[in-house]
Write a protein that binds this ligand. Structure first.
Ligand code: C2O
Ligand code: CU
Ligand code: CU
Length: 497
């Protein structure tokens, strides 16, 4: 009976969403907060190196409580005793890593390595469920450029709420041999900035409602960074590198500085850009990352804010997300700043994205809560992609809603957005791309090394309520001679991998 009501409500939400345009079920504006808390820095996860030379981490997931700044709030999730969010994992390119993930919570979950190039069985998608009390220990070799990845749960239908409650963290990949001179002192001038919106009930609990209060899901009225309301950062160096992660379930941010001053974008989802991009604004939809370098003068205070996002024709950010701009993080420069190196002109070797490399084109049409008119079926393989073959994926959003598109197993390149080349800050390594209403995004994908006819990877909208409602598909990567074999998925779907 309860299930039927839930289905009915979900159906109603889809109906409301797809008939939207006039009423998008507008979200709340972010309320101003008193700036009162030093920005918490997630600890670096300790690791050991085992006899086989593998870097071993442990993540103990657990439910708890957390003080966002206005008293202890129950019902949060964290890892390794944090109560909210997990530690930052850090590994080097070429290293083999192992992460022992223990589920100490009372509901099943998974942990997905968002942006990572790795075998499908290690991916932590909805097929690698970890039941309460169990430990799952995926291992892989880091084989991609240095960059700012993240991890989060991915159980089908429960991702938005578990991320909302705090299960997420960063995963830095370093390449010391090829690192340009950039601020890199963790927590000092290299700062994780995990941005999320929240709502609280009058009696001080986390409020997520049904998670589907608007056409883009939950939209909160409070802003937290690394789990803190009203956060400020004491800056002690002339330049500070902010690693921005949009870990909200549905809100889009357009980050800027309060005085409109330019900053340098140095990295996108999966790595450094070829060269810094001087700009005054950078937009991130859910799951996207950007690394920026902000220059400061001694004694000044400036604020990182979010301005009205550019969502595409006829779509108003104000209608969806309320009034903007709002404050994200106050930056307070000390009276004396230690010198920082100037941002180098060249940052990384990013190969040209050449559509001539593509051997095939695949079409993905986003619907209300579908991709190519289908909702996720965990037992169905939607696409079989040949190993090592470059392809153009054409992702079309014919709806009136904002969507983005995320592909597992590493990084892609954006070839075009609405027929035009991508802006420079989106021309590097990406794993998630915003697709504005009535436009097409073309991306260049290629899946190397890992192939498996039985275990799929996911592609999906990363507005987490859309993903939970089935806006997701599965693909396998096949070596020559292999054919997709979904037969095991029936058994695997409810077991720990
Ligand atoms: Cu960030 Cu399929 O995930
Ligand atoms: Cu992912
Ligand atoms: Cu979507």
């Amino acid at each position: 009976m309860r299930r039927r009501t839930t289905l009915l409500l979900a159906g109603l939400a889809v109906l409301l969403a797809t008939t939207a345009g006039c009423g998008l079920g507008g979200g709340s504006s972010i309320l101003p907060a008193e700036v009162s808390q030093p920005l918490p820095i997630p600890p670096l996860a300790p690791s050991t190196v085992d006899e086989a030379g593998r870097r071993v981490f442990s993540l103990d997931l657990e439910q708890g409580s957390h003080d966002f700044g206005a008293g202890e709030v129950p019902g949060t999730w964290g890892a390794n005793g944090s109560g909210y969010l997990g530690p930052t994992l850090r590994a080097e390119v070429g290293e083999q890593v192992v992460v022992a993930v223990t589920n100490g919570a009372d509901e099943s979950t998974t942990l997905h390595w968002h942006g990572m190039h790795l075998p499908a069985q290690m991916d932590g998608g909805p097929h690698q469920m970890v039941d309460p009390g169990q430990t799952w220990s995926p291992t892989w070799t880091v084989d991609q450029p240095a960059g700012t990845l993240w991890y989060h749960p991915h159980p089908h239908g429960r991702t938005a709420e578990q991320v909302y409650r705090g299960l997420a963290g960063l995963f830095y990949l370093d390449d010391p041999g090829n690192a340009p001179a950039l601020p890199d002192s963790y927590g000092v001038d290299d700062i994780p900035v995990i941005v999320q919106d929240k709502s609280f009930t009058s009696d001080g609990r986390l409020d997520f409602g049904t998670g589907a209060s608007t056409a883009v899901g939950f939209i909160g009225d409070r802003l937290v960074v690394n789990g803190a309301l009203g956060a400020y950062l004491d800056v002690t160096t002339q330049a500070v590198r902010l690693r921005l992660l949009n870990a909200s379930t549905g809100r889009v941010y357009r980050f800027a500085l309060s005085n409109g001053r330019p900053f340098d974008v140095i990295g996108s989802d999966g790595g450094l850009l070829a060269a810094p991009v001087r700009t005054t604004e950078v937009q991130l939809s859910p799951a996207e990352r950007a690394e920026i370098v902000v220059s400061m003068t001694a004694g000044e205070t400036t604020r990182l804010v979010s301005r009205p996002p550019e969502l595409g024709a006829r779509l108003s950010g104000t209608e969806l997300f309320g009034r903007e701009p709002f404050d994200v993080l106050e930056l307070r420069a000390a009276d004396r700043l230690r010198p920082s190196p100037p941002v180098p002109d060249r940052l990384a070797d990013v190969p040209a994205a050449d559509r001539g490399d593509a051997k095939a084109t695949r079409e993905f049409v986003l619907g209300g809560r579908t991709i190519n008119k289908r909702q996720l079926d965990m037992q169905r393989i939607d696409e079989s992609v040949p190993l090592g073959q470059a392809e153009v994926w054409r992702v079309t959003n014919p709806t009136s809603l904002p969507h983005n598109f995320h592909v597992h197993d590493g990084q892609f390149r954006v070839l075009s957005l609405d027929g035009a080349p991508p802006p420079e800050e989106r021309a590097g390594w990406k794993d998630t791309v915003y697709v504005a209403p009535t436009t097409t995004a073309e991306i260049l994908v290629r899946f190397d090394v890992h192939h498996d006819p039985a275990w799929p990877y996911m592609y999906h909208c990363h507005l987490m309520i859309h993903e939970d409602q089935g806006m997701m598909g599965q693909f396998v990567v096949l070596a020559p001679g292999e054919t997709a074999d979904p037969s095991m998925l029936v058994e695997h779907s409810d077991h720990t991998g």
